[in-house]
Design a protein around this ligand. Structure first.
Ligand SMILES: Cc1cc2nc3c(=O)[nH]c(=O)nc-3n(C[C@H](O)[C@H](O)[C@H](O)COP(=O)(O)OP(=O)(O)OC[C@H]3O[C@@H](n4cnc5c(N)ncnc54)[C@H](O)[C@@H]3O)c2cc1C
Length: 358
């Protein structure tokens, strides 16, 4: 009998590892959503109606042999998985790939893709009617969202508020200067080093005019606001002997070969890992390839040494609309709008993932 591999979560990491092992194992991919969400493009999917459809890809053609179970893992102990439906799966190998949540619209909090599209369309309608947009958080999400809004509606005022002293302080000064230059050209207002005294009186994404006061006493009037901070790893299901691998922040400790410490057959990949690197779809895919190679080795008798993963150095491709943005890697240094548009801005890597999902 072929080995059973249970992959929990069908995001960037989970679908990659499931597909890579489909020829050698009985793969069971557990994913509550009816379609893969390409959330790297989510912010374009808010401002551009055509892109809304390009965020969702059904799982039907991902696996040839394996199956996708639309359910949620609620308790995982060793290689035993309890699902929300009450069913259990006992697997030979488990890959934890449940990713993270982030306030809408950067990540989509609706499981049904038709309902998710309705929510995106409704948010676009509210945004369309707003003259002044307030974004809380000047991390990659807040900055990218600001760029998308200005590219779609050049007449709207966009203000970003963040308590940090500077934008993306983890990156070199040349990167930040180029970023600030482009934000100025786009007339995106940055209010740094402070936060709002009180949360706005409306819900995020709701069209309702309000005036908020910052900690430094400045008043900002806006017609709509969005929360652009607050990522949370999804690991609440870890139980029994796996619970010890969960850190205080909710991430999962992993060894060099991406297993949980002390576990022979339980691996973790993607945003849930406590690896010292930025949480990225690209890294989730790299983790998936390492884990797929390691499970293949173990299935084949474990004769070879397992592959180890080296955390990625800091890198970023930050689009500011389809044609703007700035990127950085240690090898290339700072790259401007044209290259950023080529790397990410124009296609947002939708073609790559659409092909993987058949
Ligand atoms: C707006 C935005 C833009 C981004 N742009 C980039 C970019 O340009 N490049 C880049 O590399 N990264 C980018 N990222 C980061 C990237 O999206 C994440 O790093 C990536 O989603 C992580 O992949 P993952 O497979 O770990 O998890 P996820 O993609 O979060 O997928 C996890 C899956 O697990 C499922 N799940 C959750 N709980 C359970 C459970 N209990 N049981 C079963 N299934 C479960 C979820 O439904 C989900 O489908 C961006 C993020 C955002 C928000």
């Amino acid at each position: 009998m072929p080995a059973t591999v249970a992959v929990l979560g069908g995001g960037y990491g989970g679908m990659t590892v499931a597909k890579a092992l489909d020829d050698v194992a009985d793969v069971v991919l557990v994913e509550p959503r009816d379609a893969f969400v390409h959330n790297v493009a989510a912010l374009r999917g808010v401002v551009d109606r055509e892109w809304t459809d390009r965020l969702f890809y059904r799982y039907d053609r991902l696996l040839e042999r394996g199956r996708v179970v639309h359910d949620r893992a609620v308790r995982v102990s060793g290689t035993e998985i309890a699902l929300g439906s009450g069913q259990t799966i006992e697997a030979d190998y488990v890959v934890l790939a449940t990713g993270s949540s982030y306030p809408f619209p950067a990540k989509i909090d609706v499981l049904d893709s038709a309902a998710a599209k309705d929510r995106l369309h409704a948010t676009r309608d509210s945004l369309e009617r707003a003259d002044r947009v307030l974004l809380l958080g000047a991390g990659p999400v807040g900055l990218e969202f600001a760029g998308e809004i200005r590219a779609a509606w050049p007449e709207k005022a966009v203000t970003i508020v963040d308590p940090a002293g500077d934008v993306l302080p983890a990156f070199p000064v040349e990167f930040r200067s180029e970023l600030r230059r482009q934000l100025e050209v786009l007339r995106i207002e940055l209010v740094m080093g402070t936060s709002l005294r009180d949360q706005p009186p409306s819900e995020p994404g709701e069209h309702k005019t309000f005036t908020a006061t910052t900690g430094t006493g400045a008043e900002i009037t806006a017609d709509i606001w969005f929360r652009c901070f607050g990522v949370e790893p999804a690991t609440g299901y870890l139980a029994g002997d796996l619970a010890a691998a969960r850190t205080a922040g909710g991430h999962v400790e992993v060894t060099g070969d991406l297993r949980l410490p002390g576990q022979e057959r339980v691996f973790a990949i993607g945003d849930i890992t406590a690896l010292p690197e930025a949480k990225m779809a690209k890294s989730a895919g790299d983790h998936a390839n390492v884990v797929a190679a390691n499970i293949r080795t173990l299935i084949n008798g474990g004769g070879e040494a397992l592959t180890t993963y080296e955390p990625a150095p800091p890198m970023i491709a930050l689009p500011l609309g389809p044609k703007g943005g700035v990127s950085y890697t240690a090898d290339t240094g700072v790259l401007g709008p044209d290259v950023t548009s080529e790397i990410k801005g124009a296609d947002l890597r939708a073609g790559y993932y659409a092909e993987m999902l058949g």
